[in-house]
Design a protein around this ligand. Structure first.
Ligand code: ZN
Ligand code: ZN
Length: 235
C-alpha cells in the first residue's frame, strides 16, 4: 500500500504553517507515510504581504524553497515528495477574517517550472479562465475544503474535482456535503490533512501501488482507486 498526504504546508511559505521540512520528514516517517504532495499557498496575499520584504525577482524562488527543502529532507527518509500548489485567485484568499466568499484551488500535476512561468498570471484569472488554461497541461483543478466556513463553491464546470475529506482540526469542513456534491456532478475526489502544525497530520489517500512522479499522481487521482484514511478531524 502507498500512503499519501495530498495536502500539506511547510513553515516559511505562509504564516499559518508552523512545521519545518526536517520536522515534517521525521513526523511523517513515524506515521508511516510513503509520499507527500507539498501544496503551499500561492496568492496575491502571499506574494505581496507575506513575502513583502523579498525582492520581486526572488519571490518565486522563495516560494519554491519550501518544496525543495521538504523534498531533500523526506527523500533521505524514503518518503517521496511531489509538487502541488494551493492557489487563491484574485481576492478570494482566507486571510481577511471579514471576507466571506473565499475559495482555494489545489492544483496537482503542475511543475515548479510551470509555477514560475504562469503562477503570477494564474492568480489574476477567473475560475473559468484557470480551468480553460489548465486543459492540455495535465493539471487537475480541485477545490479544497469546498464547505469550510466562509467558502464559496466554484461552479462544477470549472473543476476536475473536490477535496472530499479535509482533516484540518480547527475548521469545520462539512466533508459529507463535499462528497455528496462530488457524486452529484461526477467530479474526482481527493483527501488530505491540510497539515500546518503538529497534530494536524493523520489523514491520507491510501493507494494500492507506488506513485513516483507528478504525472503518475494525476493518473492515480483520476483512477479514483484509493481509500481515505481519516485523521485528526472527528466529525
Ligand atoms: Zn486551504
Ligand atoms: Zn491548505
Amino acid at each position: 500500500m502507498y500512503k499519501l498526504e495530498a495536502h500539506l504546508h511547510t513553515k516559511g511559505n505562509s504564516a499559518c504553517a508552523k512545521v519545518s521540512a526536517q520536522e515534517i520528514a521525521t513526523l511523517y516517517q513515524e506515521k508511516g507515510y510513503n509520499g507527500i504532495v507539498c501544496t503551499n499557498h500561492f496568492s496575491k496575499y502571499i506574494l505581496n504581504k507575506y513575502f513583502k520584504s523579498v525582492k520581486e525577482e526572488d519571490k518565486l524562488d522563495c516560494f519554491l524553497k519550501g518544496y525543495y527543502e521538504l523534498k531533500s529532507a523526506c527523500e533521505e527518509k524514503g518518503i517521496d515528495v511531489f509538487f502541488g500548489v494551493e492557489f487563491a485567485l484574485k481576492n478570494d484568499d482566507y486571510n481577511c477574517v471579514h471576507h466571506l466568499r473565499c475559495t482555494e484551488i489545489l492544483v496537482y500535476g503542475i511543475t515548479p517550472d510551470e509555477l514560475k512561468a504562469y503562477g503570477k498570471d494564474v492568480i489574476k484569472m477567473s475560475y473559468k479562465e484557470l480551468y480553460e488554461f489548465s486543459r492540455g497541461k495535465g493539471w487537475l483543478i480541485i477545490q479544497a475544503h469546498p464547505y469550510r466556513e466562509r467558502t464559496k463553491r466554484v461552479k462544477h464546470q470549472f473543476l476536475d474535482g473536490l477535496e472530499v475529506y479535509n482533516g484540518h482540526p480547527y475548521h469545520v469542513a462539512r466533508n459529507a456535503k463535499s462528497l455528496a456534491r462530488a457524486r452529484k456532478y461526477n467530479l474526482l475526489t481527493t483527501a488530505g490533512s491540510d497539515f500546518h502544525f503538529v497534530g494536524g497530520e493523520g489523514s491520507a489517500m491510501l493507494f494500492e501501488s507506488r506513485i513516483s512522479s507528478e504525472k503518475e499522481l494525476v493518473e492515480a487521482i483520476k483512477s479514483q482507486k484509493f481509500t481515505i484514511i481519516e485523521g485528526a478531524k472527528h466529525e
